[in-house]
Design a protein around this ligand. Structure first.
Ligand SMILES: Cc1ncc(COP(=O)(O)O)c(C=O)c1O
Length: 451
């Protein structure tokens, strides 16, 4: 039987974080409300505590003979085991640490660029899981010629052009849902080496059927790469059950903002490549001529002194999330999301850009006739509420939601150094630090703003 565990933010985060005060025009000094959790999250108390303890025994990871070095290395290596277990990766998958999701995808794109075939990305990908493929594929196709500095502008354009032709998009319908038939058609018609999918959209929160897309990718001999950075802190991810070969995420989005991120992938794939980054620490021996020898292991992909604090912080965060239970987290956050969604939908002056059946923890909206950037700024300056406004690095989705078909004016204004034409939405996003009181605060602020 599933026993619901009570989620109590005041027991999960330090008082200084939850009681953080900001100056507002309307109410003077007031408790800050953080409704920007899709951008980044505060550290859980257990993460702060774990990191503090780790730092007390901190020493050189992988390289020292001293006790602190050994202890630090053991805990650091153990963090990979915890992460792998959390996402149910395969026993011999590697966890490659990166700075964030962007770093993880860039690393994957580098490896894949050596292989024959094209990449297929979804039409709702964040630019971090779309552009790295274009760049890596484009560089590879550019060939072996070298250039002068003055030629670089042309070369850069050429890289993008070549790369774009290598990266095929699979689209969403008017409800922002994927069509498995269309994905299969594209897989049949092209030689695809990797299918890329975000497990949860950072604009609408929509969580597609990951497992089904992965199954299709495998049917046509493609690897399946999943961007889970908006997903794994809210919902259960199971790499094996969901047919995921590569998984990326960022610690700062799951309550471990210490600069860590990861790419998980299969050993038998990663062993075949030279490490994405190279230098000291990850190679056992370098000859007089600079030939380097390597072991076929995880460490080969871990150059330099690693961000061990980032890695162990992610471990502590995932351990805590596991202890709380993802079902409990899902239920807790859903209640808050639904409360805000119900209000936004009931207000005729608001346009909501997420469908009820896709509702997760992200609520994109606009106040009709008001500039979204100004709305977000007013929520902050007058009411002490932090949300985000903009295109959230997913311009194609915002254009579609706002039904913008002609980009000419936007492009011209951006080229002139202006940003006011860039399409935007306001996004409130919910996390474990939020309570009903936070939702009441934003509802009453929006009520006033739409009076
Ligand atoms: C879906 C998605 N993918 C990738 C990223 C990039 O993450 P990071 O900034 O941690 O590299 C984000 C960040 O907002 C995101 O929402």
């Amino acid at each position: 039987m599933f026993l619901a565990k009570k989620i109590e933010p005041q027991k999960l985060f330090a008082k200084e974080i939850l009681d953080y005060k900001v100056k507002t025009k309307k109410f003077g000094l007031i408790n800050y409300v953080n409704l920007d959790n899709a951008a980044t999250t505060p550290p859980l108390f257990d993460v702060e505590e774990g990191v503090d303890k780790y730092l007390a025994g901190y020493g050189s990871v992988h390289r020292g003979a001293g006790a602190k070095s050994k202890i630090s290395t053991d805990i650091y290596e153990h963090s990979r085991v915890v992460i792998k277990k959390f996402v149910n990766a395969k026993q011999n998958d590697y966890v490659i640490y990166t700075g964030n999701t962007t770093g993880g995808i860039n690393t994957a794109a580098y490896f894949f660029s050596f292989l024959a075939g094209q990449i297929m990305v979804s039409a709702v990908e964040h630019s971090s899981s779309w552009l790295p493929w274009i760049k890596a594929e484009g560089i590879k196709l550019l060939g072996k010629k070298q250039y002068s500095l003055s030629e670089m502008e042309v070369v850069n354009r050429q890289i993008q052009k070549l790369g774009r032709a290598q990266v095929i998009k699979y689209d969403v319908n008017e409800n922002f849902e994927f069509d498995l038939g269309d994905i299969e058609k594209k897989l049949k018609q092209n030689k695809i080496k990797a299918v890329v999918l975000t497990a949860s959209s950072n604009i609408t929160g929509y969580c597609p059927d990951i497992k089904a897309v992965g199954k299709l990718a495998h049917k046509y001999g493609a690897y399946f790469v999943v961007d889970a950075c908006q997903f794994l802190q809210h919902h259960k991810i199971d790499m094996q059950k969901m047919n995921v070969d590569f998984l990326v995420a960022s610690g700062h989005k799951f309550y471990a903002p210490y600069g860590g991120g990861f790419l998980i992938g299969p050993k038998n794939f990663l062993d075949e490549f030279l490490p994405h980054q190279i230098g000291g620490g990850n190679l056992p021996y370098i000859t007089e001529q600079g030939e380097f020898l390597r072991y076929k292991n995880q460490m080969a992909h871990d150059p330099g002194t690693p961000n061990a604090v980032g890695a162990v912080a992610m471990m502590y965060a995932l351990e805590k999330i596991k202890e709380l239970g993802l079902k409990n987290i899902e239920n807790y956050e859903k209640k808050l999301s639904e409360k805000l969604f119900d209000y936004l939908e009931s207000n005729p002056k608001i346009e909501v850009y997420v469908r009820r059946e896709h509702l997760s923890t992200v609520l994109p909206f606009n106040i009709k006739g008001k500039n979204p950037i100004a709305v977000a700024e007013k929520l902050n300056s007058d009411y002490g509420i932090g949300v985000r406004a903009g295109s959230f690095c997913v311009y194609q989705v915002v254009r579609k939601l706002l039904k913008i078909t002609d980009e000419k004016e936007i492009i011209e204004s951006v080229k002139c150094g202006r940003s006011e034409k860039i399409p935007a939405l306001v996004r409130a996003s919910i996390g474990l630090c939020n309570t009903e009181k936070d939702i009441d605060r934003i509802i009453s602020a929006i009520k006033e703003m739409t009076k």
